[in-house]
Design a protein around this ligand. Structure first.
Ligand code: PRX
Length: 582
């Protein structure tokens, strides 16, 4: 179905500077050097993300502006100014200094979205550490893989999650200290390596001189899934803040008086690039809601804090659509003026729904953990084509390349989505996997792994992944991770995981399993395998469905042919099966 473009003036305040309607001219005039000049920099010239998001505001009128409006899951509300965060992050940097953390060492967090999470991440950046925020729903294997690969020295966590860490401690020889944040004062007795956050913070000093980092020093890593192997740590440098700053301003259209809410958790790249760095480097007040999704809670957060700019994800939008319009009517959402979405294809119906129900259309944008910041976007003052990801960000060149990733394809043709390397926030390596990192480039192009096409107006349209990675509710899951967890079950001989369509989460995981001799397929065994997987993987990575097969289709070299499993599941043509084992 073809949808008419939505004309631009649907967003109320259009005092956007510069005027983004002149996209071509803006592209010509855009210089990353100009963005750099708008930032502050450390004495001596280098960038440090923490300095740009907090410290530089202390020298200005923003010092006493509210930076964080926190809504706890138990109904608490707290406010922090930039100055409050300045002092707290200084204290935490001093805490890490006291523990002997040196520039470049890894400090990970594994906790809920409480103010301490934000303090610890920014404080650790000030101390020159490389931070790694872990999603609090991760199971022991996911946490172990990440802490082990990064050789994290310090972990900050909470009493509810620390038992997961105890299970894997034997595999983490590099972990020296575990800091326990206990904001709700649960009874807790410290175990080996553990120290109390509150006690350390009470005695730490408010003053700290940010460690001199260069533009190219590593700052943050987020693990991301590929088709094979364990998740890889996409490592970003301090200079990435230029990308966060510029895109938050131009794409998310943040103005000084905005109240902004990004619903993503800092365990994922959206939750740091746009849930910390983008808004705060622009001096914007932002809301953090600790609780999970519920239509009523989410709308009440918007109403209570008078959120003006909202950045969320398609699965959440589809869940809101499912919750129905009667829920929307209960709340006053008039404060909203601009809404954006990222992470998975945003179906055109969702854009039309928001236009009808909220009076605003969602602006879809596209990027990846590896790219560090938004690369393709629907801008505020630009017609939206519902279903399209929009046009490349001003300082970014995107193209559709042919099958060999050599030639650019003309408009209308599907191919590999690629970006010309060189934007400041692009990842600099996969931690410990330099060869894999290099394999993602072809000449001047970074090959994204997505299939897409570009239309005559330069709008990009997502087609699908070029690999077997599953995107479920906006989170990438590597089939290999799921399969590795499943084959640890005593009954499982082989496993193959694919994504199957789902009306809300876009894809959910289905696993095909062949059993070892002596085991008989049964519903009870399916349940047992699912429960087993749930203990090892994050809930979102667990198979929703399991199907037993006598054997899995494999290539002659023994690789499970997921493509074939998927084609058979969806009733699609099986394609080339010449490598199929006899
Ligand atoms: O396949 C694309 C999909 O999500 C992938 C990136 O996921 P991740 O590294 O977890 O980054 C999340 C931060 C955005 C992409 O390769 N994706 C992301 N945005 C969109 C999208 N697919 C379609 N439309 C989008 N707007």
């Amino acid at each position: 179905m073809n949808y008419e473009p939505i004309k631009k003036p649907d967003i109320g305040t259009l005092s956007v500077k510069p005027n983004l309607s002149d996209y071509k001219k803006l592209r010509q005039d855009f210089r990353w050097e100009d963005i750099r000049r708008e930032l502050d920099g450390l004495k001596g010239g280098g960038l440090n993300i923490a300095h740009e998001v907090i410290d530089r505001h202390i020298k200005t009128a923003l010092k006493d502006k509210t930076a964080l409006l926190w809504e706890g899951k138990e109904g608490e509300s707290e406010k922090y100014t930039f100055n409050d965060l300045y002092k707290l992050t200084n204290r935490f940097a001093n805490v890490l200094g006291g523990l002997g953390v040196k520039k470049g060492e890894r400090v990970f967090t594994y906790m809920d979205r409480t103010p301490e999470l934000y303090v610890c991440l920014i404080g650790a950046l000030k101390a020159g550490a490389v931070v790694g925020p872990l999603f609090s729903a991760f199971g022991p294997d996911a946490v172990k893989d990440r802490l082990k690969d990064s050789k994290a020295k310090v972990l900050v966590t909470i009493p509810r999650l620390v038992k997961t860490v105890h299970e894997i401690l034997g595999d983490l020889p590099d972990l020296e200290k575990i800091i326990i944040v206990n904001r709700r004062k649960r009874p807790y007795e410290l175990k080996a390596l553990e120290i109390k956050y509150e006690e350390l913070m009470d005695v730490a000093l408010d003053a700290f001189e940010t460690v001199k980092t260069t533009n190219e020093d590593f700052a943050i890593m987020h693990y991301t899934s590929g088709t094979t192997g364990k998740p890889k740590g996409a490592a970003h440098v301090h200079q990435a803040v230029m990308g966060h700053y510029a895109t938050a301003r131009y794409v998310l259209d943040l103005h000084p008086d905005d109240i902004y809410w990004c619903t993503a958790d800092p365990g994922w790249v959206t939750g740091t690039s746009y849930g910390i760095f983008g808004p705060w480097s622009n001096g914007i007040s932002q809301v953090v809601y600790e609780g999970g999704f519920s239509a009523n809670h989410w709308y009440s957060v918007i109403e209570k804090y008078k959120v003006t700019v909202w950045y969320t994800a398609p699965t959440a939008i589809r869940m809101l659509m499912k919750a129905g319009e009667s829920v929307v009517q209960k709340y006053n959402l008039k404060s909203l003026r601009y809404i954006c979405s990222v992470g998975e294809p945003l179906n055109p119906e969702a854009v039309l729904w928001s236009l009808r129900v909220l009076g605003l259309s969602f602006h879809d944008n596209w990027w990846q953990t590896e790219t560090g910041c938004i690369q393709i976007a629907n801008y505020p003052v630009q017609d939206i084509k519902p279903g399209s990801m929009g046009r490349p960000f001003l300082g970014v060149t995107a193209a559709i390349l042919d099958e060999n990733c050599e030639k650019e394809m003309p408009p209308g043709k599907e191919g590999n989505l690629a970006l010309k390397s060189g934007w400041p926030s692009m990842f600099r390596t996969y931690w410990n996997k330099e060869e894999l990192y290099k394999s993602r480039f072809k000449g001047q192009w970074y090959i994204t792994g997505d299939r897409a096409r570009m239309d005559e107006d330069g709008y990009f349209w997502f087609v699908g992944r070029a690999d077997d990675v599953i995107n479920t509710a906006g989170h990438l899951v590597g089939p290999f991770e799921v399969e590795s967890a499943l084959i640890e079950h005593p009954a499982v001989a082989e496993a193959g995981a694919i994504g199957i369509p789902d009306p809300i989460a876009m894809e959910v995981i289905k696993a095909f399993v062949s059993l070892k001799d002596g085991y008989t397929p049964s519903e009870e065994l399916k349940r047992d395998i699912k429960n087993f997987a749930r203990k090892k993987l994050a809930a979102l990575a667990c198979p929703r469905e399991i199907e037993f097969l006598p054997g899995l289709p494999k290539t002659r070299s023994g690789k499970i042919m997921r493509r074939l499993l998927k084609a058979r599941e969806l009733g699609l043509p099986e394609g080339d099966t010449s490598t199929l084992e006899d």
